[in-house]
Write a protein that binds this ligand. Structure first.
Ligand SMILES: [Zn+2]
Length: 302
């Protein structure tokens, strides 16, 4: 049966490249509403805003941190991506608050399984939500495009080229990327997301981004970043030393690991990585001494 609406292109829907839109436009949250509610911590006075770039420059309620950029049908189709990100963040935040950077309990070993494909799609969606609204600084003066294939990948209409996609930090000397979600509550609940685009071709093309969630950084490339070239690991490359399509990410303290597995539809994924936490001195932490190691001060990506 052919449905005429399969052809419909909603002019305001950024996922309209091959039609398939519904006639109703919907508010898409710049970052998933479920995530904002998680970090809102039951505070009804909680407000959110963009600190840089174009978008929501004044504090609004979580419900209003959105833009009319996806039709209802395409918005709904992407909810599994939001679910995957929420599972990831819920697991890390719960453990981070329990551990409280050393003054609480690390607890027993745990593992969860989330869809790597849906999580990768969420990272892509966060990037596209901002690229499609001309949020990024570089878009203020120029027309900056992103590859239209991104929409096919977002809607699962095409397979990801093997060299594209999600990657995670594996070189801890790379300070451009975060991999320590187990901070104090005051740190955990601020700056818990971010998105910095990769800008190419004389500032006319966006090829992906570094997206942060729960103080963990993810690279997402819509191009081949040349992993086999020795120049890939040069200090100017923010995704140097990363693992593509990881099997898992784990955090270990004294041999006890909290691990998040990524399930991938295709058996074409990279290894996992376990990050080791430094032991914390509980008495010091109880007195308010900051934990040792890297505190969260992140340089802005260009
Ligand atoms: Zn649409």
């Amino acid at each position: 049966m052919t449905d005429v609406s399969d052809e419909f292109v909603h002019p305001k829907c950024y996922a309209n490249t091959r039609g398939g839109c519904s006639s109703t436009i919907s508010g898409e949250h710049y970052v998933s509403h479920g995530l904002i509610k998680l970090y809102q911590d039951n505070d009804p006075a909680h407000r959110v805003q963009h600190r840089t770039g174009k978008g929501v420059s004044h504090p609004v309620t979580p419900k209003n941190f959105k833009a009319n950029i996806l039709c209802q049908k395409h918005n709904t189709a992407l909810s599994p991506a939001d679910d995957a990100a929420l599972e990831f963040a819920t697991f890390l935040r719960r453990n981070a608050l329990q551990y409280d950077a050393g003054s609480g309990e690390w607890g027993a070993a745990e593992e969860i399984f989330i869809s790597g494909d849906d999580f990768q799609r969420w990272v892509l969606k966060l990037f596209l939500n901002h690229a499609a609204t001309n949020h990024f600084g570089v878009q203020q003066a120029k027309t900056v495009r992103y590859p239209t294939e991104a929409i096919d990948l977002l809607l699962d209409r095409a397979a990801w080229p093997s060299t594209w996609g999600l990657c995670i930090p594996a070189d801890l000397s790379n300070n451009d990327l975060w991999s320590d979600p187990f901070q104090r509550k005051e740190a955990v609940d601020v700056d818990w997301w971010g998105c910095a685009p990769f800008i190419f071709h004389d500032e006319t093309w966006l090829g992906g981004a570094i997206v942060d969630l729960s103080h963990v950084s993810f690279g997402l490339t819509l191009f081949n970043p040349g992993r086999h070239d020795p120049r890939f690991n040069n200090p100017g490359n923010p995704i140097r030393g990363t693992i593509q399509r990881p099997r898992y990410m784990g955090w270990e303290l004294e041999g006890i690991e909290k691990r998040i597995y990524f399930d991938w539809e295709e058996p074409r994924y990279g290894p996992g990585i376990t990050y080791t936490l430094m032991s914390q001195e509980r008495d010091w932490r109880s007195l308010g001494t900051l934990p040792p190691g890297r505190q969260f001060t992140k340089p802005q990506h260009p």
